[in-house]
Design a protein around this ligand. Structure first.
Ligand code: KG4
Ligand code: ZN
Length: 370
């Protein structure tokens, strides 16, 4: 008996990546095209919303065309058009949502709106099709995720913990009360003069640094709290680099500029910062596991998603935690940690299989639903 294949096109434009992907049966990625806008935002040390939405407008059509070509499919072969319609920068979201609405209307294929945060937690299920000549490719694909799961989203806009009953049903256990973890990495890189985006720059610099050379404060909030806070750590790093300021706000005058840091000092501070962030996240994961076990809701897997899940130390420490606690750890391949259309198309399969779709007036919404 053979089963029909379900082919879904996924669009992602919530922030500064213009992305489209074609995914078969919710797991097999046939094409994953991402046009990054980093070069456009670099000089501002962050994403400028107006520039981002304009760039999405210019890039989305060629990106979609390339994804279909690489996947070897046409619009006729699609079973649905999915789009990340929340959360994100509203102007950026609108570009993707309008394009998906138009494609759905023209082709008559169902339209499926996807929550970007939920999609990050779906990403570990994605599989890249091995090249036909790749003899080392496994004949058995890794199994899909086992639920219930403890899920952590760590990205430029989000830092949240969830208990997940399925890919589409989750309850938030905690979130950041100030900066998102990726935002903290990006700001720390500006303080250290390491460039943009900051996460990968700090990750690279930290490889050459000594994390013990500086002690930065770890903010764990109340003893039982599953929320996160990174603004105190960022300020501590700023004062370590530039000294205590005289005056407040824009009038603040620092003792040093930070430009006189040696390359080794930059690497040591990057390593100390990264270690402090990662250990904070590990403590929160341990607390969440303990809490869920006490409630009789012990998870079977530990799932990490979002751009910061690309961090080499976090990946290593989460794998160690999973091993120590007997949990199956699911961390996406790096290309599926960063914003992409494959996670949107993949998660849309779960909704499509269940017969759910949206109407053509699907809204773009700045906030997450989970
Ligand atoms: O998920 P994502 O691509 O976009 C949002 O949904 O926000 O995450 C982007 C964030 C940026 O803050 C970037 O600095 C961070 O992920 N990031 C990293 C690494 N690679 C990307 N942070 C730490 N280490 C990395 N290797
Ligand atoms: Zn994201």
């Amino acid at each position: 008996m053979s089963f029909p294949l379900t082919v879904i096109l996924g669009l992602e434009t919530s922030c500064d990546e213009t992305a489209a992907a074609v995914v078969v049966n919710g797991r097999l990625v046939r094409a994953n095209v991402v046009a990054s806008q980093h070069a456009l935002h670099e000089r501002y040390h962050g994403v400028v919303p107006e520039i981002a939405s304009r760039a999405h407008l210019e890039r989305l059509a060629p990106v979609v065309r390339q994804a279909l070509e690489e996947a070897g499919v046409t619009f006729d072969d699609l079973d649905a058009v999915a789009v990340g319609n929340r959360p994100g920068l509203i102007g950026s979201l609108l570009v993707g949502v309008s394009a998906a609405q138009a494609l759905s209307w023209i082709t008559g294929k169902p339209l499926i709106g996807i929550d970007h945060v939920q999609a990050h937690l779906y990403a570990p299920n994605l599989l890249t099709q091995p090249a036909p000549a790749d003899a080392s490719a496994r004949r058995e694909p890794p199994p899909a995720m086992a639920y219930p799961a403890l899920g952590l989203v760590v990205s430029g806009g989000h830092t949240s913990l969830y208990t997940m009953r399925s890919a589409t049903q989750m309850t938030r256990l905690g979130k950041t009360i100030d900066d998102a973890v990726g935002e903290a990495f990006d700001k720390a890189a500006v303080i250290l003069g390491l460039g943009y985006p900051g996460g990968p720059a700090i990750d690279r610099a930290a490889q050459h640094g000594d994390p013990e050379a500086h002690q930065l404060p770890m903010s764990l909030l109340d003893r039982d709290s599953l929320d996160f806070s990174f603004s105190g750590l960022k300020t501590a790093l700023l004062y370590t680099v530039r000294g205590r300021p005289k005056g407040r706000g824009k009038q603040a005058v620092f003792e040093r500029t930070g430009e006189e840091l040696t390359q080794q000092q930059r690497c040591d501070l990057a390593a100390a910062f990264q270690r402090t962030v990662v250990e904070t996240v590990i403590v929160k994961l341990e607390r969440a596991l303990e809490r869920l076990r006490e409630r009789g809701e012990a998870p079977r897997s530990l799932v990490i998603g979002g751009g910061v899940a690309a961090n080499s130390l976090l990946r290593r420490r989460v794998a160690e935690l999973g091993e120590a606690q007997g949990l199956s750890v699911r961390i996406p391949a790096i290309e599926y940690c960063l914003d992409n259309g494959a996670m949107i198309a993949g998660l849309a399969h779960a909704y499509h299989a269940w017969g759910a779709s949206d109407t053509l007036d699907l809204p773009a919404i700045a906030t997450t639903a989970v």
